[in-house]
Design a protein around this ligand. Structure first.
Ligand SMILES: [Zn+2]
Ligand SMILES: [Zn+2]
Length: 330
């Protein structure tokens, strides 16, 4: 595979590289860049394909779970199961935005990455002990960025013109993770990309492979948070400060609380989880009283309806405020 003299990349990018010292994964990495023979296209294509494969690949299990009534007992809003038509509608919108907004933006990634000193085609790939702390930092950065930017998106004008689209589904599902206005994709996407860019700019120590692992984990986080299911084995039951679907599903239902993505701490510190905490207390108290399954389901539904109704009123108030601001400005 590496004997081909047709590839300019082999001589320009990998001149002097001892391929016998590389792992299988590193050989595949180099083979990709040699095969495409143009680092900008190789990175752009890999980034786009990775995003598509992981986004839809991770969403498929949730589509299957939604089609199986057995899993309904773990659904956070059990009466709101997305229909096939709703999921297809959402898929079309997401695909449209991937090809028109994300594809051109992803194409810029290689030149920008190289300009700030990120390693891309280079082998060997970074060691796990290098990658883990970097990825943890990206998680913390993104979570705080999102906590602030997401609240900004809930101010009247930004909500009405941008973020309202993402709130179309008060009971979200995996595919709806990136169902959002193009401006929102850019604003919130900055939280995912700027962490690695800043880190690289200041340390000059980052391989794009680490960024890919981060993006895969971030996609899993976003899709799972929108899945609508909380299983006894969900990550939030293992790591108590992990947000998970339980946390973000409430944001879609109640519209006000829980603005962060991965971790619960900022919402807790700033008190933007007060309604969520009260709701959890109520449901826990109901569970402790030992109601029958049917009684429990009816009461839980009543609570859900109440919170959702409040959410709808709060959402309308924000939209009305935006309209008033517009009239004033005119
Ligand atoms: Zn929101
Ligand atoms: Zn959401």
């Amino acid at each position: 595979m590496f004997n081909s003299t047709a590839s300019a990349a082999l001589t320009t990018l990998y001149d002097g590289t001892d391929f016998s010292q590389l792992t299988w994964a590193e050989k595949q990495w180099a083979a990709w860049y040699i095969w495409i023979d143009n680092p900008v296209i190789a990175t752009g294509l890999a980034s786009f394909l990775l995003h598509e494969i992981v986004y839809f690949g991770r969403s498929i299990p949730w589509i299957i779970i939604d089609s199986m009534p057995y899993f309904r007992k773990w659904k956070l809003q059990p009466t709101k199961v997305p229909t096939a038509a709703e999921q297809w509608e959402c898929t079309k919108q997401v695909l449209f935005s991937h090809f028109t907004i994300e594809l051109p933006a992803i194409w810029l990634f290689h030149p920008v990455a190289e300009a700030i000193g990120m390693t891309t085609y280079q082998v060997p790939l970074p060691a796990l002990k290098t990658m883990i702390p970097q990825i943890f930092l990206f998680f913390v950065f993104e979570d705080f960025f999102h906590f602030v930017a997401h609240q900004a998106l809930h101010t009247p004008l930004l909500y009405k013109h941008i973020h309202k689209l993402h709130h179309k589904y008060s009971a979200p599902f995996g595919l709806a993770a990136e169902y959002a206005h193009p401006a929102e994709v850019f604003i919130l996407g900055a939280g995912t990309i700027c962490g690695p860019l800043l880190w690289c700019y200041f340390t000059q120590n980052l391989h794009i492979f680490t960024v890919y692992v981060w993006i895969v984990l971030r996609l899993f986080q976003a899709i799972d948070a929108h899945s609508g299911y909380d299983f006894p084995w969900s990550l939030q039951h293992i790591i108590p400060f992990w947000s998970g679907a339980d946390h973000h599903d409430f944001h879609h239902m109640a519209f006000t609380n829980n603005f962060s993505t991965s971790f619960r701490w900022w919402d807790h510190i700033f008190g933007t989880d007060d309604k969520y905490t009260a709701y959890k207390k109520k449901t826990a108290a109901m569970k402790a009283k030992g109601f029958t399954k049917e009684q429990w389901a009816a009461m839980e539904q009543e609570l859900l309806d109440e919170v959702e109704k409040e959410g709808a009123i709060a959402e309308q108030a924000v939209v009305d405020k935006a309209d008033k601001q517009k009239v004033k400005a005119a």
